[in-house]
Design a protein around this ligand. Structure first.
Ligand code: AMP
Ligand code: MG
Length: 277
């Protein structure tokens, strides 16, 4: 993915977690804008990328050869919902499936942790978006000791094997960690308390999770480092600025789809020349 980018930036190169590399989130500026300003040029590029994504998704659906899985993870208020809305805006909803993973049900807990996740994996030709994912099983589960350490410790390998199965069977996987600062989270939680349109998003439990910020950071760092692989890379997206987050995520998805070069299937040659009268 080295081709020239219109803004002169490869968001893929800038934000990928190279397989095997360690991750120190304290060293990643959540307010990074790659030197860009939210000006007309950036807005035009975002519009162009959206139109390109719309076209690529249509071809991807018609092509019917692969599936695309997009995993979104973030601290509370990190912008998962906003990213889905902004990035998929304009894409044909028939080709997209969003799954939001909540606290597992009794039935889900009675199975292995990947059972509910595998069921939600996108079928061929579909784009599947995970709003939270199997990574919760090495994040919230680890931070709150919901299972013994020897159980969650095995999960990094189990996740890598699972994702390898999906990629071997034709799924392209892109994983985004939306990285906000603790100060930005305070601002966003306050907005949820102050803005009547955001009250519904406020969960008192989020304040308790905020106290565990450092534990979550440690859990994220290990998950990002151990589970960023060639076939299923993690990207750490600076997400204090929504416009930058949306631009970076859309650009990376568009580049990945372009690389696949999905094409419209030709007319079946046995059909021959027909003129409908
Ligand atoms: P929200 O995304 O704000 O609707 O919240 C969903 C909640 O479900 C979060 O508090 C997650 O931590 C929780 N959750 C998601 N997956 C799991 C899991 N595997 N184990 C425990 N809690 C989970
Ligand atoms: Mg929430």
């Amino acid at each position: 993915m080295k081709e020239q980018q219109p803004l002169g930036i490869s968001f893929h190169e800038r934000h990928i977690v190279h397989p095997g590399a360690s991750v120190d989130l304290g060293k990643v500026d959540a307010g990074d804008k790659a030197g860009l300003k939210k000006n007309d040029q950036v807005e035009e590029e975002m519009d162009r990328l959206r139109a390109e994504l719309d076209d690529l998704q249509e071809r991807f659906y018609a092509w019917d050869k692969r599936s695309l899985l997009i995993v979104l993870q973030a601290m509370d208020t990190g912008g998962k919902d906003g990213t889905i809305e902004a990035v998929m805006h304009g894409v044909n909803p028939q080709g997209v499936n969003v799954t939001s993973f909540k606290t597992p049900t009794a039935e889900e807990l009675a199975h292995d942790f990947l059972w509910r996740v595998h069921k939600a994996a996108p079928a061929r030709r579909m784009i599947g978006i995970f709003n939270r994912s199997h990574y919760e099983d090495v994040l919230v589960v680890r931070v709150h000791n919901l299972v013994p350490e020897e159980v969650w410790r095995q999960r990094y390998d189990q996740i890598n094997h699972f994702e390898r199965l999906l990629t071997d069977c034709g799924t392209v996987i892109l994983k985004f960690y939306l990285h906000i600062s603790k100060d930005e989270q305070a601002k966003r939680l306050q907005e949820r308390l102050d803005d009547p349109k955001k009250h519904w998003k406020f969960a008192a439990g989020d304040l308790k999770e905020r106290e565990l910020w450092d534990d979550y950071t440690a859990a994220y760092q290990e998950a990002l480092a151990r589970c960023s692989t060639e076939g299923a890379p993690w990207y750490v997206i600076p997400a204090n600025h929504n416009w930058y987050r949306n631009l970076a995520v859309t650009s990376i998805i568009v580049e990945a789809l372009k690389k696949l070069n999905p094409v419209y299937p030709p007319l079946d040659p046995s059909i021959g020349k027909i003129v409908i009268s």
